[in-house]
Design a protein around this ligand. Structure first.
Ligand code: SAM
Ligand code: SF4
Length: 474
């Protein structure tokens, strides 16, 4: 068993969350509709918002203005991201945990949790099961425990990349794991991780202290807030932030996320790659009535306002939410979703149709198979994508590529997304999904203006249909 790192902060660690200031920004005031519309106009012009400007949108709860925020988010999403949705699967590796988070089924004092950490052979069989349905991108999720230290995380990442079945392979492994020290980040980086996610859970200090009992590692707010700064300094410059919505006033935590994004951007010249906004779900031994849960309407508002505040940051919507709600908010600016997800330990080979609460961290809202989710996306006009081209070609400043180079999306992102979709359609889709997918691919190909790019793509798609050639991208 490994050892958890000493909790030493980065050189210039700062607590940049001033609760008093954020609270005062949210203090109700008469809405100035002109000011709200000015802020909306700024974000539609693709300029990131200041924290104070985000607060203007959060305070504006008149139905007419909320509708304008929704419409602007839809516009910005279409403008910036087009109609691609990237798909991934979560893979829970272990639920041993030294922490005691009030909201989590894995917390150390939950007597109902059945504890398990997957061995490498078990991990391989989970990955094979995921590859056999068509997944190419994973997020590995860990509790905080000496058993799942940085070396163990790195070994799991290497196993994921090394496991292959037929045309199946994992091309990108992201992780969601407890904060590490410099050495830990270097170890996981060397294993080839994609994004390193750590969620602050809530940025509100007092609520944070209430949810994370004193004496546990996670009780240290500063160590967690500094986690991604340490990651950046250790060379993991692709990071994801998040807040667990339902612990405190959702509007405060939106301001916390935007403050965090700005802080990383200002200090390291690169903001977070993604923002996650999980909403608190039922979990084994957790009494949800004790929490200020966020309504569906407010969840829609928070997604739209995040979209407008950080136009170039990916937004991740997980299967915690129901299929119906996911479908509704997809065009508010979501760029990635998980699908076909199971979060019971060993769930991809062992779980039945129903969820088992004593083996999972919380209950999922959408456990439809990957093929069903993909078909729905295609029917709604989205390109379901497994693309990893930029990372693979070392085009790592991919935000810059995608959003700053004119025509980059048309020239690279759409064709590469379509190639990965075609791989899925040929290798894994049901006949029904394949038929819907072929129609969408044909329509998308026809929309590519550049003759050479269109012909190149058509040739690649045909090779995928007719041969074993895979992983073709430009
Ligand atoms: N142990 C690591 C940590 O705490 O950073 C990994 C995180 S945990 C396995 C992944 C995330 O799930 C947490 O950061 C938290 O935001 C979220 N989570 C925990 N309990 C939840 C619940 N009941 N409903 C929804 N999300 C939950
Ligand atoms: Fe452990 Fe993470 Fe769950 Fe907290 S949220 S109990 S740290 S697994």
């Amino acid at each position: 068993m490994g050892v958890l790192p000493a909790m030493t902060l980065s050189g210039q660690a700062a607590d940049f969350i001033d609760d008093g200031r954020l609270t005062s920004l949210l203090t109700p005031a008469a809405t100035d509709a002109t000011q709200v519309r000015d802020v909306i106009a700024k974000s539609v012009a693709k300029q990131p918002l200041e924290v104070e400007e985000t607060a203007v949108l959060l305070r504006a709860d008149e139905p007419e203005l909320v509708e304008e925020v929704f419409e602007a988010a839809r516009m910005l999403k279409r403008d910036v991201y087009g109609n691609r949705i990237v798909l991934f699967a979560p893979l829970y590796i272990g639920n041993d945990c030294v922490n005691d988070c009030a909201y989590c089924g894995f917390r150390s004092t939950n007597p109902e949790a059945i504890r398990r950490t997957l061995g490498q052979a078990e991990l391989r069989s989970q990955i094979e099961a995921l590859e056999n349905v068509g997944h190419k991108r994973l997020i590995l999720v860990f509790g905080e425990h000496p058993r799942t230290d940085a070396e163990f995380i790195a070994e799991s990442v290497r196993t994921a990349y090394a496991t292959r079945v037929g045309h199946g392979e994992i091309r990108r492994v992201n992780i969601n794991a407890a904060p590490q020290d410099d050495e830990g980040y270097r170890v996981v980086k060397a294993a080839g991780i994609g994004t390193y996610q750590v969620f602050q859970e809530t940025y509100h200090h007092e609520t944070y202290a209430r949810c994370h009992p004193r004496g546990t590692r996670k009780a240290d707010y500063a160590w967690r807030l500094d986690a991604l700064s340490r990651a950046m300094e250790a060379g993991c410059d692709d990071v994801g932030i998040g807040a667990l919505f339902g612990l405190y006033d959702w509007r405060f935590d939106v301001l916390g996320l935007v403050s965090h994004a700005r802080y990383l951007q200002d200090r390291y010249g690169v903001g977070p790659h993604t923002i996650s906004f999980p909403r608190l779900q039922p979990a084994s031994g957790v009494d949800l009535t004790a929490f200020p849960l966020v309504s569906d309407h407010d969840l829609k508002r928070l997604i739209a306002i995040l979209r407008l505040s950080v136009p170039y940051t990916g937004l991740i919507l997980t299967a915690r939410e129901s299929g119906q709600l996911r479908r509704e908010v997809m065009d508010f600016g979501v760029s990635q979703i998980d699908a076909g997800s199971r979060i019971e330990l060993g769930g991809y080979t062992e779980a039945g149709d129903a969820q088992q609460m004593d083996r999972e961290q919380f209950a999922l809202g959408d456990i439809r198979p990957l093929d069903v989710v993909i078909r729905e996306l295609l029917e709604d006009g989205y390109i379901a994508s497994f693309c990893t081209a930029c990372y693979r070609l070392g085009r790592t400043g991919e935000h810059f590529m995608e959003f700053a180079i004119p025509g980059f999306i048309q020239r690279f992102c759409t064709p590469n997304a379509l190639s990965t979709l075609m791989e899925y359609l040929v290798d894994y889709a049901t006949p029904e999904t394949r038929a819907v997918g072929e129609r969408l691919v044909a329509a998308e190909v026809a929309r590519i203006a550049d003759d050479t790019a269109r012909a190149d793509l058509q040739a690649r798609l045909q090779r995928i249909r007719e041969t074993d050639a895979r992983d073709l991208y430009c």
